[in-house]
Design a protein around this ligand. Sequence first.
Ligand SMILES: Nc1nc2c(ncn2[C@@H]2O[C@H](COP(=O)(O)OP(=O)(O)OP(=O)(O)O)[C@@H](O)[C@H]2O)c(=O)[nH]1
Ligand SMILES: [Mg+2]
Length: 376
Amino acid sequence: MFGSRRAVALSKFVAIIAAFVLFLHLGIVLFSSRNNTTGQSIFDQWTNALSREKAYGGGANGEDQYSPTGVKPVKAALVALVRNQDLYGMRMTMRELEDRWNHKYNYPYIFLNDKPFTEKFKRGVQDMTKAKIHFGQLMPGTWGYPDWVDQIKAKEERDNAKYIKGHSESYRFMCRFQSGFVHKHPLLADLEFYWRIEPDVNYYCDIDYDPFLYMKTNGLKYGWNIAPTEYELTVRTLWNTTLDFIQKNPDLIPKENMFDWVRNSDGSYTKCHFWSNFEIVDLSFYRGPQYEAYFRHLDRAGGFFYERWGDAPVHSLAVSMFLKKSQVHYFNDIGYRHPAMAHCPSGSKERGKCLCDPQQGGADTFFCARRWRSIS
Ligand SMILES: Nc1nc2c(ncn2[C@@H]2O[C@H](COP(=O)(O)OP(=O)(O)OP(=O)(O)O)[C@@H](O)[C@H]2O)c(=O)[nH]1
Ligand SMILES: [Mg+2]
């Protein structure tokens, strides 16, 4: 009896020692083994992954994921000017952006408003993301009329306007703010890039990379997705006011630019513009002296009120005057819809990552998208 108990204890002891030796051996093999492609030991890869996580703020799975509160590789945010009543439209946009992209990247949101945000709005949007959200009101003087604008003339234009949003005063304040001031808001002061978002838009496709990082790494200044033509009645004098700016400021216009995108061969305006409800921009472009001088020139002319100049044509004319085509990126891979127009990337069906039918998108066949492809 006693002898067999000793035998059992001895065999247990031997089994434990064997397991320990085996474990030790496996450990040595693993830590010293070399990976065929990188030449790094698994130990090296593991410590590198840890330090990458640290740089990106502690993302769980390496460089493609960043923690909600941590430092990101690009100082960037998703930015919207928005009203309290746009809560549910904004939640829809956020849901799609989070599902397709930002749940892995956790870039912060910045919401701006000409009125104080309600608690309901703040809670309602925060429910949609684990990323940080910053809420801000507009700086004085950035919403409304500059003192040189004749408000009676502006009202006459609104009363007689026969074009979309023509009767709206606040829409004009919005366009002027987005053209001249959003990039100067203190909440954006530390940002290198912004991605403008709007309520009620769709993001159809998984985005498996960081577009901010892509733009920064490739020296890109402006990213777009849909490019329609502008309604003539809203920009009656914008082209001539822009030509006047060019004539008065030849030193600000670089030799190499993409002005042929907006200028027809007979010198007239193509009215092509990047639809700015989606845009990813290196903010140093809007903050720079060329853009600032152009905005001031336009603002003085009063066309935000005497017509209904939109921030989209204003941004686009600036991009065309001041940037080279190689600094501007067509985010052809981002499936996107803002009411009235949609872009569904071709090949998305094969990739199986989009909730749209490439046949029904259509935006990459628009005149301005084709013209974009044709200019050098
Ligand atoms: N705070 C604030 N935001 C506004 C105001 N007007 C428009 N916005 C926001 O500015 C952005 C553009 O306004 P929209 O009304 O979407 O303009 P749009 O895209 O030309 O027109 P839609 O086809 O109606 O979408 C949206 O994010 C709006 O929420 C306003 O008076 N106050
Ligand atoms: Mg909109």
